[in-house]
Design a binder for this molecule. Structure first.
Ligand code: BDP
Length: 683
């Protein structure tokens, strides 16, 4: 007995001596880990609301469980409409007063207080007011009804269609809570390459079950629809938007949906794009199609997100096509239609200039679509913190009507149209225990929510908050990891596609490099050579007035900057210009040497990330530490693969040596060409 006692005493003494005692973690709690130190104070009072209001009760409960500060008074004041989903927080003596115009505002405020507590932040003396930048802050899931996820790298779909509506997975509520904690208030459940099935009565009951779970978190459900649904599901012989039977079909479908889900959000539509049906199948325009759906949803307050990701295999530059297609339709869309525009003119590449549509169409409501799932950024193997990419786009000056008209200003609530505003991102969430595959991919979900709430936040601040909540507030961890995160996107650009290169991806999976890729008889606009145009003279896509003229889709002041090789930002140089191998870059290097330096720089950066990470072992739990360590190894191997593949391939055109001071290639180009990854692709 005594020896057992001694053993425990020794064990306790040992544990006390360990500098940072860390609990085992699997990432499942995301950034909602709420420290176990200190006791919750528990005194939370509500004024102005009903105890039957589930959202209000949730706000109270979250604070009672986790808040360790002074007493909190949550006040619901319906007259404060100007606050929208937002709130005010003030300190009065030894009480915290929170006011909101909607009950969800008090819930968001509860998460704000908890975030301050966990990050050791303060309520400013003058108090604080938060009003979201966008009305609709929405995730787009590309989930299929069979449980697979298009471009999903974190396991299967969260939605268990076969169990719904009878069985509700506990993850539905956890998912809603995580979203609400960062301000996300809407979700599209299914793939934009949509199956008509989901609109069948039996599936709508399943959708209703999810909407019922999400409601108290203030999250509305939307669906992607298949434009041919009237025809596919029977009853109507066509899906022509000007045909009255078709209109009637959608009107009664809307009625049926709202009968089940009174706060249903609306539809997301991918039409006449990559083989999907649409109004053009009947000689109608995108506006005809969008307006028909908008009319069906209008009586219930629903919204149509009509995607601008439209291009065809024509002779003209793919980057120009969405603009050509939509600009003539400006002003023709109903008030409850928002044009959903991908951040760049091609497709979620590591770096693209902002999509020129965002600076055009002044009489049309437009919204941004970002991609959280890392289709073109190393799936869930590479650590790439995306806030800098999002900020780069949001802060881009479109020069529409003079300087200062940034993409954020044109799309957020400052927009002059007075309509609903929105921002979307393709989700990176699946059934994996840690939700996103890579522990650091959680930061991208988090960052999207935070920026959708407040597009003025900086990437640094968001990273800082996320690290403290997700891992630890120990300075020796926070500072180096924040730096690593902030550098990670540029590192990926460098080892994959520096200087404005784009779409050098392998055709099937978009994971690795295939700049040589060519499928005889295949669509040119799906081939890497279409984008890089490597030849004996140089590299890059000439989109100037001498080339495809895509540059003229930007405002004239900007088009001059992009269109001139000496003023074009170097990080977009090969996007806009075909540049000769010996062209002198700002560094004094030739294009060829600069390209080599950039690829090498990307590789050196990830090697450095590995070293930084290994020093972090003592600050965090073993399991997340080793998961990230293993993924950084993969990322470094992949970075070398990218560099060796791209440089050796481009070298066959430049016919110049790789600068002698750089790391030598280790893979044979011919071997790299043989790599085929067994990754599924369904499109
Ligand atoms: C591309 C994806 C494809 C999507 C498409 C889209 O490769 O799987 O369906 O975008 O956004 O990036 O519609």
């Amino acid at each position: 007995m005594r020896s057992i006692m001694r053993f425990y005493c020794l064990l306790l003494a040992f544990l006390a001596a360990v500098p940072f005692v860390v609990r085992a973690e699997d990432g499942s709690q995301l950034w909602l880990r709420f420290s176990k130190q200190g006791k919750p104070t528990g005194t939370v009072r509500i004024t102005g609301g009903e105890s039957t209001d589930a959202t209000l009760m949730l706000a109270k409960q979250e604070l009672q469980l986790y808040w360790k500060g002074m007493d909190v008074i949550l006040k619901l004041d319906h007259r404060r409409k100007e606050l929208k989903d937002g709130y005010q927080i003030r300190q009065h003596g030894n009480q915290v007063h929170v006011v909101a115009g909607r009950s969800v505002g008090l819930l968001y405020a509860a998460y704000h207080l908890l975030r301050l507590q966990e990050t050791e932040g303060q309520i400013p003396n003058a108090g604080l007011t938060e009003i979201p930048s966008y009305d609709i802050r929405i995730l787009n899931h590309w989930d299929n009804l069979d449980g697979t996820i298009e471009r999903g790298y974190a396991g299967h779909s969260l939605w268990k269609w076969e169990e719904l509506p009878y069985k509700l997975s506990s993850r539905y509520e956890q998912y809603a809570r995580a979203n609400t904690s960062v301000g996300i208030n809407a979700t599209v459940l299914n793939n934009v390459n949509a199956s008509s099935e989901l609109l069948k009565a039996e599936y709508l009951l399943k959708v209703k079950a999810l909407a019922d779970v999400f409601r108290k978190y203030g999250i509305k459900v939307y669906l992607s629809i298949n434009f041919s649904a009237p025809k596919n599901l029977g009853g109507v012989s066509s899906s022509d938007p000007l045909n009255q039977d078709v209109q009637q079909w959608w009107n009664s479908k809307a009625k049926e949906i709202y009968g089940l889900i009174p706060d249903f959000g609306g539809f997301l539509v991918k039409a006449n794009s990559e083989g999907q049906p649409g109004p053009q199948d009947y000689g109608r325009t995108h506006a005809d199609g969008a307006n028909m759906l908008a009319d069906a949803l209008r009586p219930y307050g629903g919204t149509v997100f009509w995607r601008a990701f439209v291009y065809h295999p024509t002779k003209d530059d793919r980057a120009k096509q969405a603009y050509q297609e939509f600009v003539p339709l400006d002003g023709q869309f109903r008030e409850n239609v928002i044009l959903q525009v991908k951040n760049g003119p091609i497709d979620f590449q590591p770096r693209e200039p902002f999509n020129p549509l965002l600076g055009a169409m002044p009489n049309t409501a437009k919204m941004l679509e970002f991609q959280l799932t890392q289709e073109y950024l190393g799936f869930s193997n590479h650590l790439v913190y995306l806030a800098p990419l999002f900020k780069e786009v949001l802060d881009s000056d479109t020069y529409a009507n003079g300087k200062g008209q940034t993409v954020s200003k044109l799309t957020d609530s400052r927009g002059h149209l007075g309509r609903k505003t929105a921002i979307a991102a393709v989700a990176n969430i699946g059934l994996d225990t840690n939700w996103t595959g890579h522990h650091f991919a959680q930061a991208n979900w988090y960052a999207f929510g935070r920026l959708a709430w407040n597009n003025n936040l900086s990437s640094v601040q968001i990273a800082d908050e996320w690290i403290r909540m997700t891992f630890t507030g120990v300075q020796e961890f926070v500072e180096p990891i924040k730096k690593l995160m902030l550098e990670s996107r540029e590192a990926a650009v460098d080892y994959m596609m520096p200087l404005g290169l784009h779409h050098l991806f392998a055709f099937e999976h978009h994971y690795g490099p295939e700049p040589w890729g060519d499928i005889p008889g295949g669509r040119p606009d799906w081939m890497p050579w279409y984008y890089h145009n490597a030849d004996s003279v140089g590299l890059g896509f000439d989109r100037t007035v001498n080339g495809s003229r895509a540059v003229t889709q930007y405002n004239p002041s900007l088009d001059k900057i992009y269109g001139n090789i000496s003023t074009c930002p170097e990080n977009l140089l090969l996007w806009f210009h075909h540049v000769s191998w010996n062209y002198r870059m700002n560094s004094g290097n030739t294009l060829w040497s600069e390209l080599c330096f950039r690829y090498d720089h990307g590789v050196q950066k990830v090697r450095e990330f590995q070293k930084v990470w290994d020093r972090m072992e003592r600050y965090i739990d073993r399991s997340r530490f080793s998961d990230v360590q293993a993924k950084l190894r993969i990322q470094t191997r992949d970075a070398v693969w990218w560099k060796d593949a791209c440089l050796q391939y481009f070298q066959s055109f430049s016919r110049q040596p790789i600068p002698y001071e750089l790391e030598r290639p280790i893979y044979e180009l011919e071997d790299l060409k043989k790599i085929k990854l067994p990754m599924g692709h369904h499109n």
